[in-house]
Design a protein around this ligand. Structure first.
Ligand SMILES: [Zn+2]
Ligand SMILES: [Zn+2]
Length: 367
């Protein structure tokens, strides 16, 4: 079978700026990520070229790397990665004069169309034509015009590139909290203590919400406590996490809200069983394709449980996330536990798959 190769425009010229050559991590398919020399992207109307200062690994990337592609986010071969921060290297034709070379920026990984039914109904995260961008794991990244226009933010002076690069996952978390209507004084359970679950723990605790965190590793449990959880438990050897959570709530009624941040049928069911009458559940973690989950309809009906399953983020929450980071409420030092040069990225994905990796890894394309 002929192997498709990545065809980023390779052109002769200076080694800097569009027209030159750069190092990038190209996704070719299932667990096939290669470090290659490719052409620095050429800019079209409204686009910018960023010098990537840092890119962060993410659970979504791990999922996509294992699948080899994603129907909406990335079709291989393509430069991989979506959480990044850096400096504007070059500005394409027609870009607003507010965006200048040398500016420190964080681009979102998507932008809605503002024209489809969902955008008109103020649900831009469900946009029929949501434009996704990949290309963070490289020395330079091209940012498409729509993202430049709608979802590219200047990084405040006091915010590091690494902190700023967390804006995208944090935006998903902040939107999840908003949609679940969790208020100060509530008790909320967070099921799952990966990078996303722990961001929920941090953001909820900062709002005076009593958080019960459930994780699977001692390091996660310790971190959940450090990030403000009222209680944190390792459920890997626990008989009944549901009973234990209910016992921690007033009258054993269950939590006001439960955030599921694992993505499995079993933990979705736990979430439904941990919530109180009239409470709210956010099934935030996406289950593997083909999963089936069973709920007791009587429990749902007579208990009036509200089920949400929030997906992705919107331009509003990208901005709120960067503001939250600028206030120091969420810091990358709690989540980014390792740094590697770009060349080591393929091995880092193997480590993630085998479960002995950092929580999040900062990839430095210039190391
Ligand atoms: Zn991500
Ligand atoms: Zn749209």
């Amino acid at each position: 079978m002929a192997m498709k190769t990545y065809t980023g425009e390779i052109a002769a010229g200076s080694s800097k700026g569009s027209g030159g050559v750069m190092t990038a991590a190209v996704l070719y398919g299932r667990e096939d990520l290669r470090i290659e020399r490719v052409g620095i992207p050429q800019l079209g109307e409204g686009e910018i070229l960023m010098r990537v200062q840092v890119a962060l690994t993410c659970g979504t990337d791990l999922k996509v790397w294992r699948q080899g592609s994603h129907p909406r986010m990335i079709q291989p071969p393509a430069i991989f990665g979506h959480e990044l921060a850096g400096v504007v290297e070059e500005v394409g034709p027609g870009v607003s004069s507010e965006i200048r070379a040398g500016m420190r920026v964080v681009p979102s990984n998507s932008a809605p169309c503002d024209a489809c039914l969902y955008c008109r109904k103020d649900q831009p995260n469900l946009c029929d034509d949501l434009l996704f961008n990949n290309g963070a794991y490289a020395e330079y990244a091209r940012i498409p015009a729509r993202i430049v226009k709608k979802n590219l933010l200047e990084i405040p002076e006091n915010v590091s590139f690494r902190d700023a690069a967390m804006a995208e996952p944090l935006a998903c978390v902040l939107r999840g909290i908003h949609e679940t209507q969790i208020r100060p004084g509530d008790t909320a359970v967070v099921v799952g203590c990966g990078p996303i679950g722990l961001k929920f723990v941090r953001a909820l605790s900062a709002r005076e919400i009593r958080v019960i965190a459930l994780g699977k590793r001692k390091s996660q449990i310790d971190l959940a406590e450090r990030l403000g959880a009222y209680a944190a438990f390792d459920v890997s050897s626990m008989e009944s996490p549901v009973t234990m959570v209910r016992d921690l709530t007033e009258g054993g009624r269950g939590a006001d809200a439960v955030i599921e941040a694992v993505g499995s049928a079993a933990t979705w069911q736990w979430a439904m069983q941990m919530v109180r009458k009239g409470g709210r559940v956010n099934l935030f973690g996406g289950c593997p394709q083909g999963s089936q989950v069973q709920f007791d309809p009587a429990l749902l009906h007579y208990s009036e449980v509200t089920i949400k399953a929030t997906f992705h983020h919107t331009p509003r929450f990208i901005r709120e996330a960067l503001d939250t980071i600028a206030r120091g409420d969420v810091r990358s030092s709690d989540f980014v536990t390792g740094e590697i040069p770009l060349a080591e990225l393929p091995r880092a994905f193997q480590d993630m798959k085998n479960g002995h990796s950092d929580l999040k890894t900062a990839v430095n394309p210039w190391a």
